[in-house]
Write a protein that binds this ligand. Structure first.
Ligand SMILES: [Zn+2]
Length: 419
């Protein structure tokens, strides 16, 4: 599986020159292809004249990497185009559009691509072609077979960032065929349950939502200030606010995903079933929640991160079938149910449950058919800006090992959780 080491790289004049020429090559290749595609619906995958023009300036390996990068963009455009013709575009893509240029805020987007065998890193330095040696900051988290290196200029933080692809081996499988079920939402970011868990565990989205909303308001204020003062649409400050909002959201989400997947691995779970998200948009009456849902990326981000994290632990992630979150009884499948506030009652079998639990239990029911013994009220965990905790915080000692964390620091996971 492929992972990425990221780090920041010390500034150097040569990076600016190299990146500018990489962007020129990319944009020239892209320009010719867009023209050819509009006129003839086809183009050459090997623009020899451009390769020969740029190879002496940026090196033949890098020139080829840049052309390959543009090839990738066109390949995915062409396959989207085929899906579009069949009416099968993914729901979050309105239409297939031709690959864009490397442009940003009126200038060229600065990117360099270095082939896997053309660079080297040690504990302190990054060694690039032509004897360029640059200091970098950041931990190389992944070790394995080195892939290509992308160096991108981040104009919000005004820093060069390296993204180094690494191929790493998969961890050994733990066996065990018990799936973990996860219902994704907004009021609760995730509610999880597996056979043997006394009560579902819900990760409350309220604090994360409030934080998102706070930064959204600051973004709106900055936007109206810009419009009044400069008649501008964007500024570095605005881009920074967007980034802060995104980082804070992602921090909470990643902490949640890490806790869920690490515990799943420790408990010998081999498969995660994610409830399908369809229908959430319609069913939600909370306008703040809707504002977040409409930023569709956040859900696709959560799903992607679940898959990536689970893959590190050799756990398979399946996107489960569509379910009716709160209208079907998870015990007897009856549709004769009633909801009042956050409470759910089945009028056929008498089951009373918290609505937050019903969704995840229904995913389990659709998958296996048995949810006996599961308690109807979820254990609610809250985000405090640092970590996910139950309402009443317990032991606060630093964690050493995963086992210690599960048995001591988060006793609710083990002692209150098993029947
Ligand atoms: Zn029932």
């Amino acid at each position: 599986m492929e992972r990425t080491n990221t780090f920041t790289i010390d500034d150097h004049q040569k990076l600016w020159e190299l990146a500018d020429n990489c962007a020129r090559l990319y944009n020239e290749v892209n320009f010719e292809r867009r023209q050819a595609y509009i006129r003839y619906k086809r183009f050459s995958w090997h623009p020899k004249h451009l390769y020969e023009k740029y190879a002496p300036i940026i090196g033949s390996a890098t020139a080829q990497q840049i052309i390959n990068k543009n090839n990738e963009a066109w390949r995915s455009f062409l396959s989207l185009k085929r899906l579009e013709a069949q009416g099968r575009l993914p729901p979050h893509i309105a239409r297939a559009s031709m690959p864009r240029y490397w442009k940003r805020n009126g200038g060229r987007e600065l990117r360099i691509i270095i082939r896997s065998d053309c660079y080297r890193v040690d504990d302190e330095y990054l060694y690039l072609p032509k004897g360029l040696r640059l200091r970098y900051k950041g931990e190389l988290k992944w070790h394995g077979m080195q892939g290509r290196l992308e160096i991108i200029y981040d104009d919000v933080d005004e820093a060069w960032r390296g993204f180094m692809a690494v191929k790493v081996g998969k961890p050994p499988l733990r066996g065990g065929d018990k799936p973990l079920y996860i219902d994704l939402g907004v009021i609760n970011l995730a509610t999880i349950w597996f056979d043997g868990l006394k009560q579902p565990i819900a990760y409350s989205g309220r604090a994360v939502l409030a934080d998102w909303w706070y930064w959204t308001k600051r973004i709106a204020r900055e936007q109206s200030r810009l419009a009044k003062v400069n008649r501008a649409k964007t500024s570095r400050r605005l881009r920074r606010l967007y980034r802060v909002r995104q980082r804070r959201f992602r921090h909470a989400v990643n902490a949640m995903i890490e806790a869920i997947v690490e515990d799943a691995y420790a408990l010998g779970i081999s498969k995660i079933v994610l409830g399908k998200l369809k229908g959430i948009r319609k069913n939600n009456h909370d306008s703040k929640a809707n504002s977040i849902i409409n930023n569709f990326w956040s859900f696709s981000y959560i799903i992607r991160r679940f898959k990536e994290k689970a893959e590190e632990y050799g756990i398979e992630v399946k996107e489960g079938g569509e379910y009716r979150t709160s209208s079907v009884c998870p015990r007897c499948c009856s549709k004769n149910t009633a909801a009042k506030g956050r409470l759910f009652k089945c009028l056929s079998c008498g089951l009373e449950a918290h609505r937050d639990s019903v969704g995840v239990l229904n995913i389990a029911r659709l998958h296996e058919g048995e949810v006996n013994g599961a308690v109807a009220h979820p254990l609610l965990l809250r985000w405090n800006g640092m970590r996910w905790k139950p309402k009443r915080a317990m032991n606060n000692q630093p964690m050493k090992t995963l086992e210690a964390r599960i048995s001591r620091l988060q006793p609710w996971r083990v002692s209150t959780v098993f029947t």
